[in-house]
Design a protein around this ligand. Structure first.
Ligand code: ATR
Length: 277
């Protein structure tokens, strides 16, 4: 049977996952398919219950369903449990399984674009939403021992500090400039700093000169936050690679090959983003 995978979300037309998986299917000569399916919240249960009968190998889950699918799928792994959300599902022994590959995607993107990013074990994470959890998981896995989470709503940052245990501290956004001076890594996981939103109140001059500044937002590729860091002479890494790398484990589950996030694939997505401008 032809292996078929999906990405579900609401909305879904903006998803670049079909382009990514389509590229890999072609590259590896696999006669499978991958498609975007618009699933609304009230259709989610029926869709998930029909995955096995409809012959899907599995798929990706995007906004706003990551948490709901986590709750629906009983067989999720430890990473999904820690993050409390899933982005990848597959069928194993006739049952639906789920995981979260955002942590993998984040770490592998930085491995590729900024080797040595995990040498200094102090990090500043802006934001305390779902994405922030995946980043904190990646940092803990890579041995970070001082993770400072700064968020507009302090209670949400505190929740994360409690959830992830020691080595994580919670701070209000107003304290950013007091806690940033010795960080080796600064990660933005908020939508602040995207076009039209407010500015992140971080003074780049307060950061040490060899810090790495990264953003998980990849549209635009160089966010205003990254631009500000670059203009201050700091090293930056954009978030597009996180999207490419988080897709790899899913492809392996559904189609049996671990694909690579090639330069050609990156260019393909950048080209598509340029077209949409
Ligand atoms: P995601 O899954 O992408 O992390 P989310 O769970 O909605 O999305 O989290 C969004 C993050 O961006 C939160 O940290 C949020 O801060 P609050 O917890 O205080 O809401 C942050 N954020 C969004 N808009 C913001 C704004 N205008 N100013 C400051 N922080 C903002």
């Amino acid at each position: 049977m032809l292996n078929t995978a999906f990405v579900i979300g609401d909305p879904i037309s903006q998803s670049r996952s079909p382009l990514i998986h389509g590229y890999w299917l072609k590259q590896h000569g696999i006669a499978g398919s991958y498609r975007a399916i618009h699933v609304k919240q009230n259709e989610l249960g029926a869709f998930l219950n029909g995955i096995v009968d409809n012959g899907f190998a599995g798929g990706n889950v995007t906004v706003p369903h990551k948490q709901a699918v986590f709750e629906h799928v009983k067989q999720h792994d430890e990473i999904a449990e820690i993050i409390g959300a899933v982005n990848t599902v597959w069928i194993e022994d006739g049952e639906l399984r789920a995981t979260n590959t955002d942590s993998f995607g984040f770490a592998h993107n930085l491995d590729e674009r900024a080797p040595g990013w995990d040498n200094n074990h102090t990090a500043l994470v802006l934001g305390a939403g779902g994405a922030s959890r995946a980043i904190i998981h990646a940092l803990k896995t890579r041995g970070f021992t001082d993770i400072r989470v700064a968020n507009r709503g302090l209670s949400r940052a505190k929740e994360l500090a409690d959830r992830f245990g020691k080595n994580i501290s919670a701070h209000p956004l107003e304290a950013l400039n007091e806690i940033s001076g010795d960080a080796g890594l600064v990660v933005n996981t908020t939508s602040l700093g995207m076009q039209g939103e407010g500015e992140i109140p971080l003074d780049m001059q307060k950061l040490q000169s060899n810090v790495l500044v990264t953003d998980i937002v990849y549209v635009p590729l160089e966010t205003p936050f990254l631009k500000k860091a670059r203009l201050a002479g700091l090293k930056t890494a954009d978030g597009l690679g996180m999207l490419l790398h988080q897709a790899r484990p899913g492809f392996e589950k559904w189609f049996g090959v671990m694909p690579e996030a090639t330069t050609e694939l990156r260019q393909l997505i950048i080209h598509d983003m340029d077209k949409a401008k």
